[in-house]
Design a protein around this ligand. Sequence first.
Ligand code: GAP
Length: 520
Amino acid sequence: MDAMEKIVSLCKRRGFIFPSSEIYGGLNGAWDYGPLGVELKRNLKQAWWDDMVAHHDETATPQGAPQPFGMVGLDSALLMNPKVWEASGHVGGFSDPMVDDRETRARYRADQLAVYALEFIGSDGKLERYDEVLFAAPGELGKSAPAELFEPHRKRIASLQKSKPGKEARPVAVPGALQDEALRARVLAPGASAPGTLTAPRAFNLMFKTHVGALEDNSSVTYLRPETAQGIFVNFKNVTDTARVRVPFGIGQIGKAFRNEINPRNFTFRSREFEQMEIEFFCRPAEAAQWYQYWRERRYRWYLDLGMKQANLHLREHESSELAHYAAGCADVEYDFPFGRSELEGIANRTDFDLRQHSQMSGKDLRFFDDQEPNEDARRFLPHVIEPSAGADRGTLAFLCDAYSEDEVGGEARTVLKLHPRLAPIKAAVFPLVKKDGMPEKALEIYRALKKRWNVYYDEKAAIGRRYRRQDEAGTPFCITVDGDTLSAGSVTVRERDSCQQVRIGVAELASYLGEWLGA
Ligand code: GAP
């Protein structure tokens, strides 16, 4: 099993993540969070909400920020007036180029189907190009490993190889092959019996359409939101009119988003239904560049503060050619997943694009009025926006991958999730050493007392070693064991998950001891 397969298997086995509606064969791109998974994801969202919105200290100037700022929250509806999506550009432009295979009926994102010719290299270093047939394989052009490319065409390439003894085949990228009619006719798609079965790329809108009300005609069309951000922009005026906020300030929102992805893949990484944690931060245009710097650093640091390994986490500034036409800057927080380095979160300087679009489309003046600004000319203005946009499912997956670890304890292999205590689904487990001598009763008493404060778990089944292993796999930071000394001397053993070290603590001190590690 490779690393990703092991994580998927642990998630299924221990009840973190299941395929959606599995008993009916599942639904591609949709996932359900089981008893442990729902706690982990809720803890991640709670940490984001606490750190970014609720407990943000409005009076302190955060390190690196140009000045103090306020943060408020929002929970907007999933269904919105369809004009929102016209103004935002999603109706016209939220699409991926897609190609269909007429023979196999498979559908690909054109930018994720790479096309290669072959080059045969002899021992004398001479090259011979073969491009009578071009080979298409899933992956980004130039990034697929030869093995991945050759896999769907293994037999065909092996027979070509036979006709050129002593020469080794290697792939050569053919950019633009799917767009060029003549080249496309020579492309052999994965699983197709002959070349020329792929259609030309065409735009495929990723928004899920639905109808509001009983009539299913054009007048009732709306969309499941593809991002939470627009719910914030359309409420900008409501919030500034009611929440006594002054620019600079931010609005945070956590919620579901839906995208009809052409190829959902890599477990929950690219799903059709997922959750976002987004901030729209409104500031004066002249300060936008500074705030952009502030937020890219702040968001990067947040993952580290929750225990993510720095070696796996990267902040990548986009090239200007990658930027949307309205954006003045964009950086991705990227994580080294087992399937490769990929985006966890994007931080973008969106200028005044969204508020301007919604002002024009709705006819409402969305400029901010700063009544404390001494310069009369500068009182009314359209704020610029910095948008840190994170995925709760991608974040959950990244923390699972980062925490997954295998080691050996007492000569026995163990699997352990080294999750930060804030994220751990279960904070502590309480065990009676044996099921007699009053130990279960005492353990249940301790369990009930701790349960008032934390999500703790009681287990009296199986040998103590097996109970430890179960909690290691669930990522539980502490296991508390009630033994003979508990009854005679009033103390328990507390075993720490990562080091497996045990300390003896008085029952009376237990809550304050755990509190130091687990917080409130
Ligand atoms: N409002 C900006 C916006 O939505 P995005 O880069 O399209 O930007 C932001 O999405 C984040 O949402 C991504 O970094 C990712 O974490 C998450 N996300 C986007 N599409 C996703 C998908 N299909 N499955 C899971 N998460 C996704």
